[in-house]
Design a protein around this ligand. Sequence first.
Ligand code: ITT
Length: 196
Amino acid sequence: MNEAYFITHNKHKYEEAVEIAKSYKISVEWIDIEYEEIQADDLGDIALASCKKLIRTKKELKNKHFFVEDAGLFIESLNGFPGPYSAYTFQTIGNEGILNLMKSEENKTAYFKSVIAFFANGKINLFVGKTKGVIITEKRGAKGFGFDPIFLPADEELTFAEMSLKTKNLYSHRQKSLREMFTSLTTFENKIVYGE
Ligand code: ITT
């Protein structure tokens, strides 16, 4: 396999995936189509439901290898909020809202999680990536998107928003799930080659 389609509305996510895919010699194409995303407590359930919905409703995807990804920021002292509600939280209270909620919290620990649901040959596979860090007290950096300016990966000096895309791709939750997926694809490809 040398081509996979990433179904997302988010250009930043697509660009991160393209950069990672290069080293696996896989080309990632972007498809931005409307589909209904369920609300659930688990990112895996959301990604899986989105993938199934796309298989059912978008005939043009039937013979393609494609994936969706659901991600979220989980803050320990807020019992995992915003987690699966990250998109809505970002649109409503944004980074400033999170910083306000965190003002009185001593424990700044948080993690980003990414779950990919990948469809190929009639099957869906899930790939997960997680990155630990802390929520800082003021926004830093203008790169990236979403909660990047307030998230400092563990033991690092730069927030995700201060990192270039290439550097974020060394640490992020998304690069972990993507690399797992691409690795499994190349392994699968190798098996076919050896089988012939
Ligand atoms: P999709 O079309 O792929 O769903 P989205 O932007 O809605 O795009 P998610 O639902 O996966 O993406 O992500 C939910 C929110 O979590 C997203 O809007 C961001 O605010 C935040 N988020 C996810 N990944 C992030 C990252 O790498 N850096 C910063 N914020 C992130």
